[in-house]
Design a protein around this ligand. Structure first.
Ligand SMILES: Nc1nc2c(ncn2[C@@H]2O[C@H](COP(=O)(O)OP(=O)(O)O)[C@@H](O)[C@H]2O)c(=O)[nH]1
Ligand SMILES: [Mg+2]
Length: 534
């Protein structure tokens, strides 16, 4: 954070961010107040921000109207025919041209305009004489209360008799304590006090004001009758009206106070990549990644067995269905819509569902560790919504995955060799059979050649052919089994990898993204709160 305090604009923008990003996470009453305040801030700032509106508040008979007259130097307030007691606010404006809209917004209809400023710094001033805050008329009280919420600065007028009145302090002054910087407390009618008593009363009033929560508010002793202290009051008003910072102080304090009442979502941790990986793996397992990967391996081995096994027995394999086809994941045909293609995996079992919910919940809780309760609940809800969509989404993702389903190039070669070997064996067998049987039918004898030298000397060639055929068939079968087992294991691994990549897309979209959007919101609110509060 920079050392410079944020401007009022920054604070208002921050509060707006808080209400927008925090919608649903902030108690609705406070959210409502924030809306009202934002609305009010916008309204005030779009209506003559150069004018300073100062309201004169106080109890019945404290001398508010007299004080306004004394400040103006004419009987503007009392002179007004329709005002036996003040029941409608009256605005005295300087440089009033631009202030009309502002007064409309304040709903102050009685207006008087004056030319010469009460202080040279207060060239653009609106001084509002108000009904009594303790008026027996509820309507009058309401007007005073409303304007206390709208003016830029407040003057509290008290008199020596009622300055300590508890109701005035607890119900009116204390609730506006946050505006101490733009509050003046005027002890009027000091002409009624002896010099010695003045000091005592001012001191006493000062300490009450401090207890109200306004330690820095100035207490000004004046008399609207003798005009004692009026120049000091004019000068204090000039000081308020002359500074932009003062004009912004009221809204700044309102934004700060409201922001302080909104709970900070807290320090939001960054999403840990390893947690997303764990989520993917757990969800993948629940969705049947291992079942499919092992089906890919078994399918490969089955087809390898059919293609490369000993031809006399390998056909038996054909009687069993292919494990991949059984899952609805057989070779894809052109024209298949991958988005419509569902697998025939059994619907997620209750156990798998539980495992998936657990993984999603764990992920949400880990992701929101240290975040305040409503935001944590929000993160959990955002993640929980995925539980409805995940089963179908995951199934489609598995169906969409391009699984290694093709055979290996060497199958055909081994297959041909197996057939050649078998043929050789058959030739050898027929040969021996022919040699034994032909003479009994009176046909010419079939010669059986023998090996003439070497280690196999003396062996009949057809017998050797049979032996060689069996040997080649068995050895090749064994060798192929070993090869295909190794390849199948590789395919199982690569299928797992591809399936998990597909699963990851779904998990990212359905779980990780909503959770991280929720955390981004929390982060935005936290950062904006810091600006609005500082
Ligand atoms: N002695 C004295 N009387 C005052 C002073 N200011 C106001 N008054 C009187 O107090 C009464 C109420 O004054 P007013 O201005 O109508 O009070 P408001 O109800 O607060 O507007 C009137 O009779 C005034 O003349 C003052 O400074 N000294
Ligand atoms: Mg009055």
């Amino acid at each position: 954070m920079s050392a410079a305090k944020p401007s009022l604009d920054d604070r208002i923008a921050a509060l707006r961010t808080v209400t927008e990003a925090g919608a649903g996470r902030i108690p609705s009453a406070i959210a409502g107040e924030a809306q009202v305040l934002l609305h009010q801030a916008e309204a005030r700032r779009s209506r003559s921000p150069e004018h300073t509106v100062i309201g004169v508040f106080g109890a019945t008979g404290s001398g508010k109207s007299s004080l306004v007259n004394a400040l103006v130097g004419e009987d503007v307030a009392v002179a007004h025919v329709r005002r036996p007691t003040t029941s409608q606010p009256l605005a005295v404006t300087w440089d009033g041209q631009g202030a009309a809209e502002l007064l409309d917004w304040l709903d102050v209809r009685e207006r008087v305009e004056r030319q010469s400023p009460i202080d040279k710094r207060a060239t653009k001033l609106v001084l509002v004489d108000l009904p009594d805050v303790d008026s027996v008329e509820a309507g009058n009280r309401a007007i005073a209360e409303r304007l206390a919420g709208q003016v830029d600065a407040l003057i509290w007028v008290v008199d020596p008799q009622k300055y300590a009145d508890d109701v005035l302090h607890t119900q009116f002054i204390a609730p506006h304590a946050r505006h101490a910087a733009v509050t003046l407390v005027v002890l009027n009618q000091i002409d009624l006090l002896s010099l010695a008593d003045r000091a005592v009363v001012v001191k006493s009033l000062q300490s009450i004001i401090e207890r109200d929560g306004l330690p820095r508010a100035r207490v000004l002793p004046v008399s609207a009758r003798t005009l004692e202290g009026i120049d000091e009051l004019r000068s204090a008003i000039g000081e308020l009206a002359g500074s932009r910072a003062v004009r912004d102080a009221r809204l700044t304090a309102d934004v700060q106070t409201l922001a302080a009442r909104i709970d900070d979502p807290g320090k939001t941790p960054r999403l840990a990549a390893k947690n997303a990986v764990r989520l993917r793996d757990e969800v993948g397992t629940a969705a049947g990644v291992d079942i499919v990967a092992s089906a890919v391996a078994r399918s490969y081995r089955k087809r390898a067995g059919q293609a490369t096994g000993w031809p006399l027995v390998s056909w038996i394999g054909r009687l069993r269905a292919d494990p991949l086809t059984r899952l609805g994941l057989g070779p894809k045909r052109r024209g298949d819509d991958p988005d419509l293609h569902r697998t025939s995996l059994p619907l997620m079992s209750a156990g798998a569902q539980a495992r998936m919910s657990m993984a999603v919940r764990t992920f949400a809780d880990d992701a929101s560790a240290g975040v305040s309760a409503p935001w944590r609940a929000g993160v959990r809800t955002a993640a929980g919504q995925a539980l409805d969509t995940l089963p179908v989404g995951l199934d489609l993702a598995i169906a969409r995955t391009n699984l290694p389903a093709r055979g290996s190039w060497w199958w055909a070669i081994v297959g041909i060799v197996q057939w050649v070997a078998l043929m050789a064996g058959v030739v050898g067998g027929l040969w021996l059979l022919g040699a034994a049987l032909l003479p009994t039918f009176g046909m010419p004898t079939l010669g059986i050649p023998r090996v003439e030298s070497g280690p196999l000397e003396g062996w009949a060639v057809p017998t050797l052919l049979i032996f060689a055929a069996v040997l080649v068939g068995v050895l090749l079968g064994l060798l192929s089994t070993v090869f295909s087992a190794v390849t199948a294991a590789g395919r199982r691994r690569s299928s797992r990898r591809r399936l998990l990549a597909s699963i990851d897309e779904v998990v990212q979209h359905d779980v990780v993204a909503p959770v991280s959007a929720e955390l981004d919101r929390a982060r935005a609110v936290s950062a904006a709160l810091e600006v609005a509060r500082s």
